[in-house]
Design a protein around this ligand. Structure first.
Ligand SMILES: Nc1ncnc2c1ncn2[C@@H]1O[C@H](COP(=O)(O)OP(=O)(O)OP(=O)(O)O)[C@@H](O)[C@H]1O
Ligand SMILES: [Mg+2]
Length: 236
């Protein structure tokens, strides 16, 4: 295995009124090729902040982020909010291709292929997001994330807005795509059951710091930090 993403001693700051507030403190970890690293932690601990720093959106940072992928992408929690309601599914899927200058006919072909790949079909091409169920919308969100051939994908609570049965389908799809396309994920979740189901390694954050980091079995069988123990007890 080799590291696709290496984060070293990362600090991230936000401007607050006239001062600068540090949100992430000395965060270090790797995501290896082909693995799913789960990221767990309470609301406000800095999970999305970390994602945005990795993608280069949060710029007030110090430390090192070494990512061997020029096209990392993100899958969002709420597909209803993240898909442009005014555009067709085809248009949404083609957006990264359009930005990359891919011609119209090729875009259409790739979008239709992607619809099948994520478990939909070509008939969805002309539909609008509101004409899809939550699970179908998340399939489109995933398709839009991977259509530009990223190697690294950040999935920020990708199933927490969905019913439990639909959650299982989407998790299965994410794992299949990872295996078929050789992707690696940073998978953000507050649900320890979901993390156990699909993650190879797990990182727990609290108040902007990493408090636990290890293989899934290490973390679940021998948690070290009281906060991890609390999370595990709550999910039993
Ligand atoms: N753009 C911003 N400007 C200033 N502060 C922010 C900004 N975005 C987030 N924060 C603050 O940074 C902290 C971390 O927020 P973040 O969104 O990373 O948390 P999170 O772990 O993703 O939470 P959740 O599980 O609710 O999504 C919070 O205190 C939040 O209020
Ligand atoms: Mg968040």
């Amino acid at each position: 295995m080799s590291a696709l993403l290496e984060v070293k001693n990362l600090n991230v700051y936000y401007k607050e009124n006239r001062s600068r507030r540090q949100v992430l403190h000395d965060v270090s970890f790797t995501v290896e090729e082909g693995e799913i690293l789960g990221l767990v932690g309470e609301s406000g601990c800095g999970k999305t902040t970390l994602s945005r720093a990795i993608l280069g959106i949060n710029k007030d940072i110090d430390g090192q982020i070494i990512l061997k992928d020029e096209r990392p992408r993100m899958v969002f929690q709420d597909p209803a909010a993240s898909l442009n309601p005014a555009r067709s599914i085809g248009w949404i899927l083609e957006e990264p291709l359009r930005n990359a200058g891919v011609d119209k006919a090729t875009r259409r072909k790739l979008a239709e292929e992607m619809l099948c790949r994520v478990g939909l079909n070509e008939t969805y091409y002309h539909r609008k997001p509101r004409e899809l169920s939550g699970g179908q919308r998340q399939r489109v969100g995933i398709g839009a994330a991977i259509i530009g051939n990223p190697k690294f994908v950040i999935a920020d609570e990708p199933v927490s807005a969905l019913d439990v049965t639909i959650q299982a389908e989407i998790l299965k799809l994410l794992v299949e795509l990872k295996n078929d396309l050789g992707l690696s994920y940073l998978f953000i979740s507050h649900d320890m059951d979901v993390v156990w189901q699909i993650c190879d390694r797990v990182m727990v954050m609290k108040d902007g710091e990493v408090v636990e980091y290890g293989t899934r079995d290490e973390v679940f069988d021998h948690p070290r930090h009281p906060y991890t123990k609390k999370l595990l007890a709550a999910s039993e």
